[in-house]
Ligand binder design. Structure first.
Ligand SMILES: CCCCC/C=C\C/C=C\C/C=C\C/C=C\CCCC(=O)SCCNC(=O)CCNC(=O)[C@H](O)C(C)(C)COP(=O)(O)OP(=O)(O)OC[C@H]1O[C@@H](n2cnc3c(N)ncnc32)[C@H](O)[C@@H]1OP(=O)(O)O
Length: 203
């Protein structure tokens, strides 16, 4: 269920944590969510809240407010292992090839899962400098996929990540990807400060 989280910044703007099962989630999506969420019990994994802001700005992959029509997902982070795992169900508004998911929608989730991984396990803020994707199999619209991302190496401000996407049962690799995220310099952070939410809700 979505959880209302009041944002100190702007009372009329509700900040709702959508990274929870809702009635649009299939049994498969819910089952995988509960398996991943079980990993948070011993503290190895944490669930990354997925905020829907009801103001004029929205995180792109949280912008379709009709439940189940867009990206339905939750991301879990393992800080010590520098990894992230995401369960994602692709709604009917994400169509590319008939009855299959648009490659840009899959790219969005790859960018988001690797970006969220970098954001949670590395120091500072990183932006995507490069994203390479190999699309191995088409993804059926309405299906559930699992995204697994990790930090492979860091060189100064550069962080190299890789990810792959599997079918819900893990038997089929749908995509694999690599990316380069670059940490914002002090000077860039100074300029970026005005864009960062004042409260703790950075997602
Ligand atoms: C606006 C500020 C916001 C701050 C908050 C940001 C993130 C955290 C927030 C939320 C996270 C939560 C959830 C995540 C969800 C979604 C976010 C996903 C992430 C994105 O969706 S984010 C948007 C798309 N992204 C951009 O909008 C970036 C545009 N771009 C730039 O802003 C600059 O391009 C930058 C900063 C990347 C680098 O610029 P720069 O001037 O600071 O650094 P420089 O160019 O010197 O590069 C340093 C070293 O990286 C090497 N390098 C650079 N680019 C390369 C490439 N393409 N291939 C190979 N190597 C490359 C150089 O070769 C050099 O290497 P070396 O040091 O070895 O010489």
């Amino acid at each position: 269920m979505a959880r209302q989280v009041n944002s100190q910044r702007n009372q009329e703007e509700a900040v709702i944590d959508l990274a929870w099962p809702n009635e649009a989630w299939s049994d498969v999506t819910k089952e995988i969510f509960h398996q991943l969420n079980a990993g948070t019990e011993n503290g190895d994994w944490t669930r990354h809240p997925g905020y829907l802001r009801t103001g004029e700005r929205r995180l792109y992959c949280r912008n379709i407010s009709e439940q189940g029509k867009g990206f339905e997902y939750a991301i879990f982070i393992n800080k010590r292992e520098q990894r992230a795992t995401c369960v994602c169900q692709f709604g009917p508004y994400l169509e590319g090839p008939p009855s299959h998911v648009h490659g840009g929608a899959v790219a969005t989730m790859l960018d988001t899962v690797m970006g969220t991984c970098a954001y949670n396990v590395l120091e500072g803020f990183h932006l995507t400098a490069n994203l390479n994707i190999n699309y191995k199999k088409p993804v059926r619209l309405g299906s559930t996929a699992i995204f697994l991302a990790k930090v492979d190496k860091q060189e100064n401000r550069k962080a190299y990540l890789s990810a792959y996407v599997t079918s819900a049962d893990g038997s089929t690799t749908l995509c694999d990807a690599t990316s380069l995220f670059v940490q914002l310099s002090q000077e860039q952070m100074e300029k970026a400060k005005k864009y960062l939410p004042q409260d703790s809700h950075n997602d």
